[in-house]
Write a protein of this length. Structure first.
Lengths: 202, 533, 162
């Protein structure tokens, strides 16, 4: 849910990076954090275990554009990917405006990608939303590894709903595809909020 | 039929169920070296990212005499009675259009109205970058991206992506270079272009520098046109933007308790502002007159900043105004815990006391009083504050400023040496302080920080470094000391001569300081101790 | 869980909320009050605490509160309406405002948790009333409903002084 604050002249949006465990959600945020000038970002908060598995969420506020005099802020969150953290994922999804689904391109992880996407849809439905309604994009991460599925198969697996979404290839730990993904999903949110044909037009 | 290499699935078979070793078993299959699997069985599974086949389906392909147990037994020893097939082999054997999707990519029309908001910051090409992956993006900048620095803007690019999304599916996703988004040097009072410092009569125009448009479809032209439009507007109307003329205390909205909140002053037309402005210097002048000999309070505009300057004969008026304008952004910098109510800056060639007459970002003027090196300042500071009734500038910030500005990786946290820790413990006048040492990765600049608890060291180290850079080119000479007041709180930055050409800064405080004399002594001692090493 | 709706805070909403927070602070002697949406976003704040990373604090407070809420539900409670943590110098008190928002109070030895709790409850009701009004309005009050014109999209960080 976007929060428009006329007093502060700020609009806040929430974007959640979703996907199976160790797909690269945290790596996306880390790269964004490392690469943005300090005027465009806040502090990154990571609640993780000793071996860097997200336990609750990562959080990074970023901001770069002002629209109609309002600073547009995106609060980026990741969720913990392991199956047993479902309740936590649900909590983090609350109030989400857009999702980046980070998929692990490796063959051996494909069933988990499918499962995670289903899980995302189910959790969205608990908030009376769904993958049919919310803006989202898919990132096929780890394109640098040897045993990865081809894009057309991944698309078939994960992007064959009636409403297909933009997808990006990525190697998040090196930053490849990270900003493309973020820029597209944030613009989708902005387009939905402002302008012609957005939510506002309804 | 799909043919699967036996060796890829052999490991799943219970070896003791067969009389032959697995490699020979493979050679004796119906189709030697391969398992055959009906494609139709795999279809539904492929949609789930799996490919498995029940043992019962492939059992007959094995030489029956080599199988020692029943099929049911073997099935029982496989997870869910099935073999997991290597997906890559399966997929390779499907027709090219097996996964073709009929629906087009969702229409993301409308997003081209917005330029890509986020650009990674890339250091200037001359800097060396390690070949290692981005875990070590060494942004080894010595000059921060800061309003007043004159460093050339590095070109921003997105990191090279090896594969792009298929263009035919994504008409809107071009990675064209975009216009600079971060604070632009061009907008600062840029002294590479002649500083347009004029007297009261002529109203200021914005310096002519503009962001350079880079070749890009429609969007950038629109933005450039819009920005040009803004500048032109100022020229044409010849009127400053409507400003809050008041420069009394507590100009931040949130800072004022409700009961005392003043209504918004009415927007006034230009001539009135002008007159008011002219009246101002005489009041300040009158208060300061007893102190300074040659007293001339001048009003100058630099960009959108108005500087009321009082120079001494030793320091040229222009130099004072230039220094004030250059340092002004540092008074309201987001890295500070609160905006400054006053700053006293000592350089090698002179000292200046800067007192904002309100909120600078809302076009309040800046009072700049300069004196020769060594001249006493304390009384000046007090009088300046009194003169502008600025004593109650509140320490609170609006929520939009919190949480931003961690400064990045180019300052490295180092372990605090014991002598620094001891020094930190010895501070009394500043209250309890937390010693931190940060080192610039590229230059040898070290920041010794002794900050009040709760203050983030990194942004303030960046701030101190930016201050030092700003002073290097100023008429006041290189930085010697800098005292910033934020209401009751004080932040001090001192240059430390670490000998052998090494540079260091001492940053202390951030909280209230009640024993100023003691604070000064402790700082002197600290500077000496840190410099001696 | 009900559908989470977009929120619009007009200037007079913000003013009313701030008044309530200021009254809360002066009556309870807490040092900082943050009104936080349960999705982690800061809605309003007031207080004298210095240099807080309120953006991170809001995200964490909302997360902490919602995880204890979830725990409560697992225990058969509707929700724990209050969270209180005591530190050496400072303590925090988080309480429900309504289904969408929580109130975080930071306080120190100048007051007690009892005082904070007492006034937080009242403040919560007051704020809830304001928020209910914001929700009952139609969302588009004109500003964003029209197509974008050139120049309306700019970098959000322009230098404060040219």
């Amino acid at each position: 849910m976007s929060i428009i604050n006329h007093a502060e002249k700020v609009i806040n949006f929430k974007v959640v990076y979703y996907g199976p465990g160790v797909a690269g959600k945290t790596a996306n945020l880390q790269y964004v954090h490392k690469s943005l000038p300090h005027t465009n970002k806040g502090n990154m908060v990571s609640l993780a275990t000793g071996d860097d598995r997200t336990i609750f969420f990562d959080f990074l506020p970023v901001s770069a554009l002002a629209v109609r005099g309002f600073e547009t802020r995106f609060q980026l969150y990741t969720v913990p990917g392991q199956v047993h953290y479902d309740m936590t994922r649900r909590l983090v999804l609350r109030g989400v405006d857009a999702v980046v689904f980070v998929a692990d391109s490796q063959y051996e992880r494909l069933p988990e990608n499918v499962e995670s996407l289903k899980n995302l849809d189910e959790n969205l439905q608990r908030y009376q939303s769904s993958l049919d309604e919310i803006p989202y994009v898919i990132q096929y991460n780890k394109r640098d590894l040897p045993n990865i599925a081809p894009i057309d198969y991944l698309e078939y697996l994960l992007n064959r709903r009636a409403r297909r979404v933009p997808f990006f290839e990525a190697v998040a730990v090196e930053g490849k595809g990270v900003f493309d993904t973020l820029n597209t999903v944030s613009r989708m949110v902005l387009a939905g909020e402002f302008g012609d044909g957005g939510k506002g037009a309804r | 039929m799909v043919r699967i290499s036996f060796e890829r699935i052999a490991g799943q078979l219970p070896a003791d169920a067969f009389r032959l070793p697995l490699d020979r078993l493979g050679a004796n299959l119906l189709e030697p070296g391969h398992l055959l699997v009906p494609r139709r069985l795999l279809g539904p599974q492929l949609a789930e990212g799996r490919a498995r086949v029940q043992w019962s389906v492939v059992a007959e392909q094995f030489p029956r005499q080599a199988v020692t147990v029943s099929d049911a037994d073997i099935a029982a020893r496989l997870p869910e009675g099935a073999l997991t097939l290597p997906l890559d082999e399966v997929i390779r054997q499907l027709p090219g259009d097996a996964f073709a999707l009929s629906s087009p990519i969702v229409d993301v029309r409308g997003i081209e109205d917005f330029p890509p908001p986020f650009q990674p910051h890339v250091p200037p090409p001359s800097e060396e970058r390690p070949a290692a992956p981005v875990a070590e993006v060494a942004r080894s900048l010595t000059i921060e991206r800061f309003d007043v620095t004159r460093a050339p803007e590095p070109e921003l690019e997105e990191p090279a992506v090896s594969v792009e999304p298929a263009v035919e599916r994504e008409p809107v996703l071009e990675r064209a270079p975009v216009i600079e988004r971060t604070p632009l040097v061009e907008r600062a009072p840029s002294f590479e272009h002649a500083p347009v410092v004029e007297r009261e009569a002529a109203l200021e125009r914005e310096p002519a520098a503009e962001p350079e448009p880079e070749p890009e479809p429609v969007m950038s032209d629109t933005i450039v046109a819009a920005e040009r439009e803004v500048v032109v507007e100022n020229d044409v109307e010849g009127e400053p933007e409507p400003e809050r003329v008041r420069f009394a205390a507590a100009t931040e909205r949130e800072a004022v308790p409700v009961a005392e909140q003043e209504p918004e002053p009415p927007r006034v037309s230009a001539p009135f502002i002008e007159r008011r402005r002219r009246a101002e210097p005489s009041r300040v002048a009158a208060l300061l007159k007893p102190i300074l000999n040659a007293l001339e309070v001048q009003e100058r505009r630099v960009g959108r900043l108005t500087v009321l300057s009082v120079a001494s004969p030793e320091l040229a008026a222009d130099a004072v105004v230039e220094s004030a304008a250059m340092l002004a952004p540092l008074l309201d910098d987001r890295r500070l815990p609160a905006p400054a109510s006053q700053a006293t800056v000592r350089g090698a060639q002179g000292a200046i006391v800067l007192t904002p007459l309100g909120v600078l970002a809302e076009s309040a003027p800046l009072l700049a009083v300069a004196v020769a090196p060594g001249a006493p300042l304390a009384y000046l500071e007090r009088v300046a504050l009194r003169a502008v009734e600025a004593g109650a500038l509140n320490g609170r910030r609006s929520s939009s400023m919190n949480g931003y500005g961690d400064g990045g990786d180019d300052l490295r946290d180092t372990t605090v040496p014991s002598h620094v820790r001891t020094l930190g413990e010895s501070f009394r006048a500043f209250g309890k302080v937390v010693p931190t040492v940060l080192q610039d990765r590229s230059s040898s600049l070290i920041c010794y920080m002794f900050l009040a608890p709760g203050l983030a060291a990194r942004p303030l180290a960046h701030y101190a470094r930016a201050l030092r850079e700003a002073m290097r080119g100023s008429a006041l000479g290189p930085l010697e000391s800098f005292i910033l007041r934020m209401g009751e709180d004080r932040l001090v930055v001192r240059e430390v001569d670490a000998g052998r050409g090494a540079a260091a800064l001492l940053v202390a405080g951030g909280g209230p300081v009640d024993r100023l004399g003691l604070a000064r002594l402790e700082l002197e001692r600290a500077v000496t101790r840190l410099g001696a090493r | 869980m009900t559908k989470v709706r977009d929120m619009v805070i007009q200037e007079n909403d913000a003013t009313r909320i701030r008044e309530i927070l200021q009254r809360f602070l002066s009556e309870s002697a807490a040092i900082e009050a943050l009104l936080i949406d349960r999705s982690g976003q800061l809605l309003a704040m007031d207080g004298v605490a210095r240099a807080l990373d309120t953006v991170s604090i809001s995200a964490l407070a909302a997360a902490a509160f919602s995880s204890t809420s979830a725990m409560a539900q697992l225990l058969g409670e509707t929700e724990f309406t209050v969270l209180f943590h005591e530190g050496i110098k400072q303590s925090i008190h988080v309480s429900t405002v309504d289904e969408e928002a929580i109130l975080l109070a930071i306080f120190d030895e100048r007051t007690t948790v009892g005082m904070v709790r007492l006034f937080a409850k009242e403040a919560g009701k007051g704020v809830a009333a304001v928020l209910a009004e914001t929700r009952s309005r139609p969302k588009r009050t004109g500003e964003f409903a029209t197509p974008l014109r050139p120049g309306e999209v700019r970098p959000s960080w322009e230098p404060r002084l040219p």
